[in-house]
Write a protein that binds this ligand. Structure first.
Ligand code: ATP
Ligand code: MG
Length: 842
């Protein structure tokens, strides 16, 4: 039996699979089968060691990885077992723990409850903006995003506001410490946690309650962590707390792929592992099974330039392989067209083959996707974009979700602030400011302040009527869910979870227990986390330059936010929202007409709890949201209505999976861009950060230019530069058969009217030239000496010639542009997903 599981493994991989007792540190290069070792190890534990599946916890970096791992294990196991291992990301696992046990930290009735909200980037920004206002700090002198970056930095290093204050060396730092303090209090008041808190609170919980910790230690006796090089401090602590007395923990990683240090990932975690677990068995893998020799050599040569590494030898039996392609386009548009053209050829050629073709276009920052997307559209090639503007980031979707959040937790002041006057219902800025001041001075939530204002008639009559209507709307929605549903939820959770096994009985969930949230590879990574140079901290804050040159044209709320996802997160079976007869369209129309508050929604029998889609439909209609959009009657407003209908569909799916309001909101709050990746997609666009752990037969690395990649902020920062180089290594090693690197001689930069000339990325120079083939870059000068491109092109990088600058031996490449009509059409289609907020703008 054992031979079956390890038959196709090399001796080191085999050791990794079989060494299940005690701590194991598996350090190895890209494509050496680290992830494969984890999946086989899980199967081995269950099949060979008779370990109950649900006593295994494997933590991956992305939700997608968790799902994929579930599939891989399932395949090996052959669907034999009912009980399933827990495959999760740190964040999803923490949500699960906190939803169950957070109240163990309550002291004398004070503390967060299980109905806590999860604040996303937009929510967080709103809190910071309030704090700035309160401290009378101009948000131009200190950008909310910068403050938030510092707060997150502090949290990832487990520094609290007090410590931050004590360590602050100048007035600006002190201000941030104050903002941090207010931020923390506000979240507490709102019964809310941000993504960083999910980890921190779980650590705090497991440290403070030995009973809870021991329960989890009994439950999860085998712990595995993939992509260990990217764990941060709180995750390390969590790992230690969860590994329990037996210390059966296996961590797997590659120092050369550490690309999240800007978010607190800490290489010390590898070093300290050996200290904290003295009897650790360290295993190294040296065979790469993914890439051809050419690709592997090219990537290894690049990363070998780093000084901060132990160094390792990787080899592959896939000798030779096609050379690494290089193409130097005149400008960004042509670069994208070249890629589209290549992809089209690839897809056509692969059309006959059995295996579905797959390729990826990888880039440094999200904003680079725009040109590639446009080119793919021109070629009518379907693609899947990871990141960018996700459904759950659309203004209208966020608004209705905020209504739902408020229904779940009326003290969620950020959700309240977002929707109290959206659609406009005559609750003005002054009214809200008065209410917020009241809330602040009395320590109440805004919701309670509204209640008090109504009761004591503290505001003008008109405002009071509008506020009463709003309050009534939320209360009615709550009533739909049955009396005291929040309390009931908590009670049912308790009931559900007391059946939890310490001995590891089969979980009731027939499907894989993937609490698959995404552990937040941010869509756009550090490049979009803007840092201000105007002040200098005593701490090492990493990136320290305001990024203006490549600010993303299509930046959204979601950029650089911590995006996490939940797909089938189902920690507690259905409890409250029992499915009742589906609401018929006719009934809904009648609700839509119900502008005046009613005692009870007409269609509801007393005691009958509403379903999730019913709740959404109720909110869509009773809030007047849909009606206002209908009145607007523009293509944009109709597309928004479609989005809201789609949200109801999503809710219907959730309902059918048995999700509660909580779970549905958790899912939406944690939806990650990286999770929009689908393995079936033939063409995937994503940032280099999001590509970690994945592999594709054909990979394009676009925008290989100094300033873009490596990012200009790292020019004066050797450590940051090495991280960029590791990112390049990650990108290159995603390719199995073919790797193509491209760059544009001229690129339009943010804030400049004209495209500016660029310098080839130094990483290109680091690839040995014998491994590189020019794919026909057009000659540099003739067509671009005109005014469009400023001064004639020259490259200050002499070696760049090798990569095609000025290469004239291949004919010029022409791309025909479609007629204006088609261009306009594609412009329109991209606009339909735009973030314009029209009436709902705030
Ligand atoms: P990364 O560092 O990029 O995360 P990894 O070390 O996790 O890579 P895997 O993704 O586990 O590597 O493996 C890379 C590829 O090699 C996969 O397609 C995997 O199936 C294949 N592979 C790994 N080990 C073997 C083996 N012993 N025999 C055949 N194929 C293997
Ligand atoms: Mg891997």
């Amino acid at each position: 039996m054992s031979s079956e599981l390890v038959a196709n493994m090399n001796p080191q991989q085999r050791e990794g699979v079989e060494a299940v007792d005690g701590p194991v540190l598996l350090l190895a290069g890209a494509g050496s089968g680290k992830t494969r070792v984890i999946t086989h190890r899980i199967a081995y534990l269950i099949k060979e060691r008779g370990v109950p599946a649900d006593s295994i916890l494997a933590v991956t970096f992305t939700n997608k990885a968790a799902k994929e791992m579930a599939e891989r294990v399932d395949k090996i196991m052959g669907h034999t077992s009912l009980a399933k291992p827990m495959l999760a990301t740190f964040h999803s696992f923490c949500v699960r723990v906190l939803r169950r046990d957070i109240e163990a930290m309550r002291v004398n009735g004070v503390g967060l409850t299980r109905t806590f909200a999860i604040y996303d980037e937009t929510d967080q920004q709103a809190v910071v903006k309030q704090a700035l206002k309160r401290l009378a700090i101009d948000d131009k002198s200190l950008k909310p995003r910068v403050a938030l970056g510092r707060i997150s930095w502090a949290k990832n290093h487990m520094i609290d506001p007090q410590e931050y204050f004590l360590a602050s060396a100048n007035p600006m730092e002190e201000k941030i410490a104050h903002i941090f303090e207010i931020y923390r209090k506000e979240l507490f008041k709102a019964n809310a946690l941000d993504f960083d808190d999910l980890l921190l609170e779980t650590v705090r919980l497991l440290k403070s309650s030995s009973e809870v910790r021991e329960r989890y230690n009994r439950r999860y006796r085998y712990l595995m962590i993939d992509e260990y090089q990217d764990t941060n401090r709180p995750q390390y602590e969590l790992m230690k707390l969860l590994s329990g007395p037996e210390g059966n923990v296996c961590v797997v990683g590659d120092e050369d792929q550490s690309i999240y240090s800007w978010r607190g990932a800490d290489i010390r975690n590898i070093l300290e592992f050996e200290k904290d677990f003295p009897h650790v068995r360290t295993i190294r893998l040296e065979q790469n099974y993914r890439s051809t020799q050419v690709i592997l050599e090219g990537a290894s040569a690049v990363v070998a330039q780093n000084t901060q590494r132990k160094g390792k030898n990787l080899w592959t039996s896939r000798e030779g392989g096609s050379l690494i392609g290089f193409y130097e386009a005149p400008d960004g548009e042509n670069e994208a067209l070249f890629i589209a053209d290549r992809i089209q050829k690839y897809l056509r050629a692969a059309g006959q083959q059995e295996d579905a073709p797959r390729c990826a276009v990888l880039y440094r920052t999200n904003s680079q996707s725009r040109l590639v997307e446009e080119a793919l559209r021109r070629y009518q090639i379907q693609y899947h974009m990871v990141g960018g503007f996700s459904f759950y980031d659309r203004a209208e979707v966020k608004d209705i979700l905020s209504y739902m959040k408020l229904v779940q937790n009326v003290h969620d002041s950020i959700a309240l602030g977002r929707v109290v006057n959206s659609p406009p219902r005559g609750i003005g800025k002054t009214t809200m400011e008065t209410l917020e001041r009241m809330a602040l001075s009395s320590g109440m939530s805004t919701w309670d302040a509204i209640g008090k204002a109504i009761e004591d008639k503290l505001l003008p009559q008109r405002a009071l009527i509008a506020l009463s209507g709003f309050r009534r709307l939320i209360e009615d929605a709550r009533a739909m869910l049955g009396p005291g549903f929040a309390e009931k939820l908590a009670a049912d959770v308790e009931e559900q979870e007391t059946g939890d096994s310490d001995q590891g009985t089969a979980s009731e969930d027939a499907s894989f227990d993937v609490a698959d949230f995404e552990a937040a590879p941010t869509s756009d990574d550090a490049a979009d986390t803007t840092f201000d140079t105007s002040f200098n901290f005593g701490f090492d804050f990493g990136p320290s330059e305001e990024i203006s040159t490549i600010a993303p044209e299509n930046a959204t709320d979601s950029d650089a936010s911590h995006q996490i996802d939940a797909v089938s997160f189902n920690p507690f079976a259905p409890v409250i929202l029992k499915k009742s007869a589906a609401a018929s369209p006719a009934r809904l129309t009648s609700i839509a007409a119900t502008e005046v508050a009613e005692e009870k929604p007409a269609f509801r029998k007393p005691g009958d709890a509403a379903t999730l889609p019913e709740l959404i439909k109720f909110l869509n209609d009773r809030s007047g949201y849909i009606r206002v959009l209908e009145e607007e009657a523009t293509p944009e407003s109709f597309s928004r209505i479609e989005n809201l209908k789609e949200l109801a569909n999503a809710a219907q799916d959730a309902q059918e999976r048995g999700e509660t309001l909580h779970e549905f909101l958790d899912h939406a709050a944690l939806v990650s861009d990286a999770d929009s990746y689908s393995a079936d997609a033939r063409v995937t666009l994503m940032t280099l950060h999001a590509a970690k752990g994945l592999e594709f037969p054909l990979v394009f690395l676009a925008g290989m230019e100094e300033g873009l990649f490596p990012h200009s902020r790292t020019f004066t920062d050797p450590i940051g530069l090495e991280e960029e180089r590791r990112l390049c290594y990650v990108g290159m090693t995603r390719a199995m058969d073919t790797l193509v690197m491209t760059r544009a001689r001229y690129r339009r930069r943010y804030g400049s009217d004209m495209p500016e000339s660029s310098i080839p990325s130094r990483f290109l120079e680091e690839v040995p030239s014998r491994l590189v083939e020019d794919l026909g870059s057009p000659p540099a000068r003739p067509q671009f000496s005109g005014s469009d491109y400023g001064n004639s092109y020259s490259t200050p990088y002499p070696k760049a010639n090798r990569f095609g600058a000025g290469n004239t031996d291949v004919g010029e490449r022409h791309y025909s542009y479609e007629d204006e009509d088609q261009r306009a059409q594609s412009a329109q289609s991209s606009a339909s997903g735009s973030s314009a907020r029209s009436k709902f703008s705030k």
